[in-house]
Design a protein around this ligand. Structure first.
Ligand SMILES: Cc1cc2nc3c(=O)[nH]c(=O)nc-3n(C[C@H](O)[C@H](O)[C@H](O)COP(=O)(O)OP(=O)(O)OC[C@H]3O[C@@H](n4cnc5c(N)ncnc54)[C@H](O)[C@@H]3O)c2cc1C
Length: 463
């Protein structure tokens, strides 16, 4: 079969949210051409495989691409997100990216989009429909697939599932036709949280739900990441860290400040993955009484589940819901800019789309690779309670570094995806070194010193 050759300035691999957020800034700030390739038939990446009841866990106001609003900044009037900025559903996210492609990207005349095309490496991709191979000569290769996002629909269980056991991804719950004696939700993360809440919403009795929680998590309180209180919340966390006397004392103080919450106050969480919930969600999750803390599931046979620390029996007519996919894995970081390769990664913890847009800005505004990498230091997705400390540290260090460039600070202040650089934060950063900001910066330095001390205590770091 013949090979087609095309030229472009940027070859973007992946039409998920990160690839599109990067492309959006390049389109906005340069006259470059882009080729976007994805194996899926529609833009939006993992949202195409989402369980129907998923919504963003952080406000729509900070999600998507910089140039286009997602939603209308409404305050929810009903439900567990009442009083807070709206959270788009998976359908809304997909419609948003579809419109972005059809109404903005393609009409620009500078984007060529190749859906259902598998990237083969070295600038080549193959159409999954026609089998035709295309060779792209590109100025830059932008890899938006490095984060390896996994969701249960496309990620089979890692544990053994015996014949006759019904073990499904949460997507299957929308098509329930049977009544089960037990619903067993497996996983301690955000997908499991959503699944437990969905079962309760369906009117399933709380005692029919069994929740397997290998690790408890610190959770961000969504009420504290709204634009009008974000700055206050961050300063409270920094203050709590600065005043703390030990790691345990620090989490107690941050919890007291309201920034972090946990589902069971009697359990010390060992996980932190930036999952964001409302207090109303936590209140409902606390209704579930059968919470199993016996480590990870090793296997399920009819009527029996084996876990790291023992086994449990379940009625034969049980439905097991696998919520164990590592949505955003803690991956090793690599340089964002490396010759003609750009690898999209988080450069502010847990803000992947902001990061992709920021990398697009840096790519368009700076020429020197060392300068670009200095501004775009990748930070891995958090996983443990110690990573909460890294998140605070990397956010602060990055923000102070970026503030030294006034143009960059202006871009941040105006960036829709940047919920963090509010006018107050920008003002504070711009005033670094002024007597009026001395006490805040002293508090930041003390907090950073404490973070360094607590990270020294991390078991794997000491080993
Ligand atoms: C359920 C869930 C909810 C989330 N909610 C939020 C939130 O509220 N707020 C927030 O800021 N973040 C959230 N995140 C985190 C993150 O911002 C999103 O996951 C984001 O959509 C990730 O986009 P991505 O482009 O990195 O990955 P993906 O969506 O996985 O996109 C990668 C794309 O690359 C394609 N691809 C991969 N390999 C190839 C290949 N060889 N050839 C062709 N194509 C390929 C894939 O088909 C896919 O379309 C959430 C994550 C999950 C899992």
């Amino acid at each position: 079969m013949s090979v087609t050759r095309i030229d472009t300035d940027y070859l973007v691999i992946g039409a998920g949210a990160m690839g599109l957020a990067f492309a959006d800034v390049i389109l906005d700030r340069t006259s470059a051409s882009l080729v976007i390739v994805d194996r899926l038939d529609r833009p939006g990446g993992h949202w195409n495989h989402a369980y129907p009841f998923v919504r963003l866990h952080q406000p729509s106001a900070y999600y998507g691409v910089n140039s286009r609003e997602l939603g209308s900044n409404r305050i929810d009037e009903v439900g567990r997100n009442r009083g807070m900025l709206e959270l788009a559903s998976a359908h809304e996210v997909l419609a948003y990216f579809d419109q972005l492609m059809r109404q903005d990207f393609l009409p620009s005349g500078r984007v060529r989009y190749f859906p259902q095309s598998e990237y083969l490496g070295d600038g080549r991709f193959r159409s999954l429909a026609s089998g035709r191979t295309v060779e792209v000569t590109a100025g830059k290769h932008v890899d938006s697939t490095y984060m390896k996002v996994k969701v249960p629909q496309i990620d089979p269980p890692k544990f053994h599932v015996g014949t006759g056991v019904e073990c499904v991804p949460p997507n299957a719950l929308a098509k329930l036709t049977n009544a089960y004696h037990k619903f067993v939700v497996i996983g301690g993360g955000k997908t499991a949280i959503d699944t437990c809440l969905y079962l309760l919403d369906l009117g399933i009795d709380r005692d029919v739900i069994s929740w397997i929680v290998p690790r408890d998590s610190w959770l961000l309180d969504r009420a504290k990441v709204q634009p009008d209180n974000l700055m206050d919340n961050i300063l409270k966390q920094i203050g709590a860290i600065a005043q703390s006397t030990s790691l345990t004392d620090m989490f107690a103080r941050v919890e007291e400040s309201g920034a972090l919450i946990r589902i069971d106050p009697s359990v010390e969480p060992t996980m932190y993955r930036c999952a964001t919930v409302s207090q109303a969600e936590v209140d409902d999750l606390r209704k579930i009484r059968d919470v199993v803390r016996m480590g990870r599931v090793q296997g399920i046979e009819t009527g029996r589940m084996s876990l790291d620390q023992g086994s449990r029996s379940y009625p034969t007519n049980s439905l097991f819901i696998n919520c164990t996919s590592d949505g955003l894995e803690k991956r090793p970081t690599r340089p964002v800019f490396d010759g003609r390769n750009v690898t999209l990664q988080a450069v502010r913890p847990c803000q992947q789309l902001f990061a992709a847009a920021f990398i697009g800005y840096v790519e368009s505004a700076f020429a020197d690779e060392a300068t670009k990498n200095g501004l775009c230091e990748a930070t891995p997705h958090p996983d443990t309670q110690y990573d909460y400390l890294r998140m605070i540290r990397d956010t602060l260090v990055g923000q102070v570094k970026w503030a030294s460039d006034p143009e960059l600070l202006t871009w941040l202040k105006d960036a829709r995806l940047d919920g963090f650089t509010t006018p107050e934060v920008a003002q504070l950063l711009a005033s670094a070194g002024q007597p009026s900001s001395a006490s805040t910066f002293e508090m930041i330095h003390t907090a950073l010193r404490k973070i360094g001390e607590y990270l020294e205590e991390e078991p794997s770091a000491a080993a």
